[in-house]
Every structure is written in C-alpha cells, then in structure tokens.
Design a protein around this ligand. Structure first.
Ligand code: 16G
Ligand code: MG
Length: 691
C-alpha cells in the first residue's frame, strides 16, 4: 500500500479550515444573493474553475492547498532521475483569472512544476476536493488526489524541504481577495507536522503566461544548479548552497527576467546586419542600421493586464535604446494610450485597466466573434486604417486585424458613406506565418531532414487553412477543442509543433531534442567556419563565407526564435514579438499580404440550448458525432443540400460546449447563403435529436 503524502494531522488541519471557509461562503452567499448562481457545484472546466467571483473563496483556499501539495510532492525533471539528489525547492503556481469572461467572474488555474496547466488526471480529484461539503467527502477526495494520481507516487520521506507556490492575478477587482484566500490554503500544508515548509511568492498583477513562465523558470534554475553542482562534485556548506540556489531561483523568476528573455530574443531575431555583429558591435547597435518601415501596431489590451505588461516591455526597450544611443525616437505615455516608436518596434497600446471593465466591448474574443473593431468609447475609431492586434483579459490569446475604410464608390462628397473592410488574421493565420517561416529557416539551416515540423489545430480551423497547408506540404493534425488538447497533439506529433486555436491561443513548441540539435549544429557550424577560414586561401574566402553565412544566419534565427517564445505556454506578448519579428524579416510584409495568403471559406457558428447537452458524444477530434444515434447521418444528408454530390467545401459539426450549457454548431460552405441554410437545418436537427 502506498504511503500517504499528507499525514493525518495536516489533513485534519486542512479539513477544519475548509469547513470554516464553508461557513464563510454561506455568509458571503447571503450578501450576494442575486449574483451567485443557485448551484453550489463548481465544475473543473476546460481551463480550471471559473464562475462569479463571490462563489470562489472556498475554492481559492482549496486550490491553494492543492498547489502546495503539487509543489511539495511532485517530481520535476530535476528529481526524476535520482530521488536521493532531490532538490529542496520544487514549485507550483496559482493564477487567479477568468481570461476573456466578464469582469464580475474570476477563476483559478493551477500550474504544475513544469509551468504547464495541471494535468488532466488531476481534474476530477480537484473537482472533488473543491466541492466536498463534509469531512468524509473531503477525506475521500484527498484519498483520490493522493492515491489515484501518478504525480504523488512518492513516500512522505521524499517530500521536499520547501514547497514554493507562485501567485499571480489579472486586473479584476476580486483578484487580490482570492489570492489571499489561496495563500491561506497553500500555507495550510506547511508546518512541523507535514515536514514541509511552504514559501509564498506573490508576483502580483501579471499575465497568465508570465505566471506559467515563473514556475517553468524556477524548475529550470533548480535543474541547472544541480547539474552544475554535480559536475563540480564539491561538498559545499549546505546552508551556503541553499542560499546560492535561492538567489538563482529568485533572479530567474522575476518579471525582469521574463521581459529580458523575450526582448533579447526579439532583438536577436530582427538583427540582420551580420557584418556589424562580427565586427564586435552589439545587437542594438547592429539594429541602428535598419530602418523600421512596419507601420505601428495598435494593440487592444482588453482593458486588462496585457496593457500593464506591454508597458513594462516597452519601458525595457526604452532602456535598451537609451543605453545604446541618444536619438529622436519617441516614447509617449498618457492615461489611455502608450506609444513606443523605435527602430526596433513600434507599438501603440490601447484599452488599459483604467479605460473600463475588462473585456467589455473589446479584447480578442470580442473582435474575433463579432468580426469588428473594439467598441470602447475612447478607441472606437482609432483602429481604422491601422495595423491592429487584440489580446484577451489575461493576455494569452492574440489575433491581428485591420479595417480599411474608404469612400463608397461614386459617392464622393459631403454625404458619402464610408465602406469598411474588416480583415482578421486569427489563430490559423498566425500558425501559417510562424510555421512557414520556421520551415524556411530549417531548410536554410540544413536541418529540414532532422527536425519535423507540423501544425496542430482544432475542428474550428477553416477548411481553406487545411487545404492551404496540404497544398504546401505542411503536415497538420486535428485535436479536440481546448489548449491542453492542441498543446498535447503538437508535442506528440512533431519536433517543432506549431499550434493555435482559431481564437488565438497558441504557440510554437520546440522539443528538447530539437533545441539540442539546433544548438549543436550552431556550435559545429561556428567551429567549421573558423577552421575553414583559417585554412582557406584569400581569394576563396568570399564565396565560401556567403554559403556559410546563410546557414549560420538561419541557425541564429532559429535560436532567437526559441528565445522569443515563452516556453511554458501560449503567450500573446511573446507572439506579438515573434510575429512582428517575422513580418520584419519578410521585408516588412504588409498586413494585406499576410491576410491574402489564402481566403477563408464563409463560416457560421451558433449555439443551441438543449435539455442535456451531454447526450452528444463526439469522435474524430469532434468533427463527427457518435450519439445521439442518427444525428451524424442527418448532418451528412443536410450537407448534400440542393446537390446530390458531396461538396468538399461543405463542413458541419456539433459539439457540447465545455464552458457553457449549450451545444455549439459550426458550418462552413463556399458561400454565406449556403452556410446560413445548412446551419438552420443542423440547429433544427440538434433540437430534434437532443430533446
Ligand atoms: C476555454 C479554453 C479554450 C477553448 C474554449 C472552448 C483554455 C486556456 N481555454 O476558453 O482553449 O477554445 O474553452 O470553449 O484552455 P467551449 O468548449 O465552450 O467551446
Ligand atoms: Mg485567456
């Protein structure tokens, strides 16, 4: 039988505190009668617990405890190989955010020791812990948490001395209160009886991807430290070792470390003047030679934390610029917009936390779903005829858009109406741009045969996107909706897996092996170059070095790309830098050209309310349904509408939502009218089969 990690005394302490906070919740509920939902059960949704903030106090407390346990008893890369060498500091994280939801909602996300979202295997146990109402239920839930889950396959003696829990929150008003509750829960594990010391690292108002990054960076710092120590094989004074480790961890998990990583990655990515660099000039000086011709990017920050974080990034670019030279470039800050225009990057920030409730009439979800510009009073018109991007409330989604406004033909003059053309580059187009760029670099670096690259997407990706990939020989794989599913598919199928959901949540994942291959090739190439340079005759030098430089440049570009990407999770800030970098390297590619790489088929998405959405069971990555019986056959028949042959441009699927009590219907066809017709019929079929 397995030893329990959380001993009886600690359990009892936790349970006592939980039942206290249960009373606390009832008290709150009376105060917030109108706003609380009637159901007490809060389910573990697609991305953690999320609902009206007034419901969340006890859940925050319990999630805090769960995070402490994950930090104390889980194993990371550093501990996997040799448990006797177990580092004393393992980490986990709690992110208090409700992403793109309205301002009165909030949520809890638990981050594991690698900086990833806590694994699916834990979801049910977390749900049980967070919803348990009695002592017996809590005991049972904790048993499930400990005994069913592979993470905790370790005895109490293996528990680390210190469990570090990182906390972060978005700009929602309820965030601070919920973080405090979660900290209380985290501390409930600490103490003499548990053998664990809990260290709280509150990083304040940060984006969700930043919090993930801190936990990731913590793990990497520990790993590197132990690797180094092993090599040195000297037995240091234990206290001094621990102090020095902690200093390293602390430095690696600060905001500045995160912004520096991304900024330096970006500056290296856009550096083109190879000659200047080889003559010993630094990255920034090298850049001075290149003029910025990409028009500024206007970023809608969803009235959220993205604004705060982008401001910090821009301040860092300002410092780098000031250090490198005095110039006439400008940086302007005001209450509602912040502008940085330098030769390296030109950003105009809009919709910050002081401009209105988070996500209200703005943000990536609003822009993508409504296919129009944010409608906050201060910025409504200022997006027209600009290059624009939109992030969500916690800054992990990104879409680009542009609105061209021109005179209606033949209507010039005073009474002319303006014609607007809205163009969206959603997750599909972000994937395409990044994947094509990386494929090119892999070819130039001579690594295309060694490193596989492909795109993971969901059923919501436009049919035109998958056809375009196929035509261009890019492998794709379709996964179920939800970041965790697409992330996993990208990781499993490719050495470099580019993935984005159409809603803009995604990244490019480089496997450890791919990173190693790129780094090794870079070292080999540099060595080869210097040796050959030495041996070659003067007149041959020039021709050879051109070939070598192309390869070297590509390898350096790949390395810079890796650094520009947040390795833990999809990150809108990191994606903006990567996309801006790629557009620059593509000769300042205009938005229109990127948008026109392929033309999306018209689509329609609707919601259908049914008695019980769970009667629908899907397969084939949710592109087909198995149950209720007969529904799929009906959909197939509807797709033949007004035609007796199968039309490859037509697609329709239905799936139960993971975040709302509805069924989602998706339809795609060559023209909007057919889309509309098919959609109505599929909605009717759903109602018929599901009620
Ligand atoms: C959540 C997911 C998102 C997914 C959406 C689907 C995360 C961070 N977010 O917002 O990836 O696309 O749910 O919602 O995992 P649905 O099931 O209601 O269609
Ligand atoms: Mg989000």
């Amino acid at each position: 039988m397995r030893t329990k990690c959380i001993n009886q005394e600690t359990r009892r302490h936790f349970i006592r505190l939980c039942l206290f906070s249960e009373e606390d919740k009832d008290h709150r509920k009376e105060e917030n009668e109108e706003t609380c939902s009637s159901s007490n059960f809060v389910s573990y949704g697609t991305a953690g617990f999320r609902c009206h903030h007034a419901e969340l106090d006890p859940i925050a407390f319990r999630c805090g405890f769960i995070a402490s346990c994950v930090a104390a008893f889980s194993r990371t890369n550093a501990t996997n190989n040799n448990s006797n060498d177990a580092p004393p500091f393992t980490a986990a994280g709690i992110c208090v955010t409700a992403s793109h939801n309205e301002a009165s909602d909030n949520g809890l996300k638990i981050v594991d020791g690698h900086g990833n979202v806590l694994g699916e295997a834990y979801e049910r146990a977390c749900e049980m812990i967070c919803n348990a109402k009695t002592e017996a239920q809590l005991e049972n839930a904790l048993d499930c948490f400990e005994e069913k889950l592979p993470f905790l396959e370790t005895s109490r003696e293996d528990a680390k001395k210190t469990a570090v829990v990182y906390f972060g929150r978005d700009t929602r008003e309820s965030g601070e209160r919920l973080v405090e509750k979660a900290k209380e829960g985290a501390r409930a594990l600490g103490g003499r009886s548990s053998g664990v010391a809990v260290k709280i690292c509150d990083r304040g108002v940060v984006t969700t991807p930043m919090l993930h990054y801190f936990v990731y960076a913590h793990g990497k710092a520990v790993e590197a430290f132990y690797e180094n120590n092993k090599q040195q094989e000297e037995k240091n004074d234990e206290d001094a070792t621990e102090r020095s480790l902690w200093e390293k961890i602390d430095a690696a998990t600060q905001e500045l470390a995160y912004f520096k990583r991304l900024a330096v990655g970006y500056l290296s990515l856009i550096e083109e003047d190879e000659e200047k660099k080889t003559k010993g000039k630094n990255v920034v000086e090298g850049l001075r030679a290149n003029a910025t011709t990409l028009p500024p990017l206007h970023i809608d920050c969803a009235n959220g934390v993205g604004f705060v974080a982008f401001e910090k990034l821009m301040a860092l670019f300002d410092v780098i610029r000031e250090n490198s030279s005095s110039s006439s470039e400008n940086s302007r800050r005001s209450a509602t917009t912040t502008t940085t225009t330098t030769k390296e990057i030109a950003l105009v920030l809009k919709n910050g936390p002081n401009d209105g409730p988070v996500n209200l009439n703005c943000g990536s979800d609003f822009v993508q779903k409504n296919q129009r510009a944010p409608e906050t009073p201060s910025t409504r018109l200022s997006f027209v005829n600009q290059r624009c991007a939109s992030v969500d409330g916690d800054c992990d989604r990104l879409v680009y858009f542009s609105i061209e406004e021109g005179e209606e033909e033949g209507k010039e003059g005073e009474n002319s109406s303006k014609k607007q053309n809205f163009m969206l580059c959603d997750g599909d187009k972000l994937s395409i741009l990044i994947a094509f760029f990386l494929i090119e670099q892999l070819f130039l670096a001579g690594l295309a045969h060694k490193i596989s690259l492909g795109i993971a997407h969901t059923a919501y990706s436009n049919g035109a996107f998958t056809k375009f990939c196929e035509k261009n020989g890019v492998e794709t794989v379709c996964a179920k909706t939800g970041v965790k599913n697409v992330h996993k598919a990208a990781e499993e199928h490719f050495d470099i897996g580019v993935y984005f959901e159409s809603n803009g949540h995604g990244t490019a994942l480089f496997s450890d092996e791919a990173v190693k291959v790129i780094e090794k090739e870079l070292v080999d190439e540099l060595t080869r170059m210097s040796v050959e340079q030495h041996l070659r005759k003067e007149e041959e030098k020039h021709i050879q070095s051109v070939i070598l430089t192309t390869k070297l440049k590509a390898l350096l570009t790949l390395k810079a790309t890796i650094q520009t990407i947040n390795p833990a999770i999809g990150d809108a800030i990191s994606s903006v830098l990567l996309i801006e970098g790629i557009l620059r390297k593509k000769g300042n590619m205009p938005f229109q050209e990127w948008h026109a790489m392929y033309r999306d088929l018209p689509t329609k998405q609707t919601k259908v309310k049914v008695r019980d959405r769970t009667v629908i069971e899907c397969f084939d990555s949710e592109r087909k349904c198995l149950k209720p019986e007969g529904l799929q056959q009906r959909i197939d028949e509807i797709l033949l509408l007004d035609s007796c042959v199968k039309n490859n441009n037509r697609r329709a699927f239905v799936r139960p939502s993971g975040t709302e009590d509805i069924v989602r219907v998706y339809v795609e066809a060559s023209d909007a009218e057919t889309c509309e017709k098919i959609s109505t019929k599929v909605e009717e079929a759903v109602i018929e089969f599901c009620n």
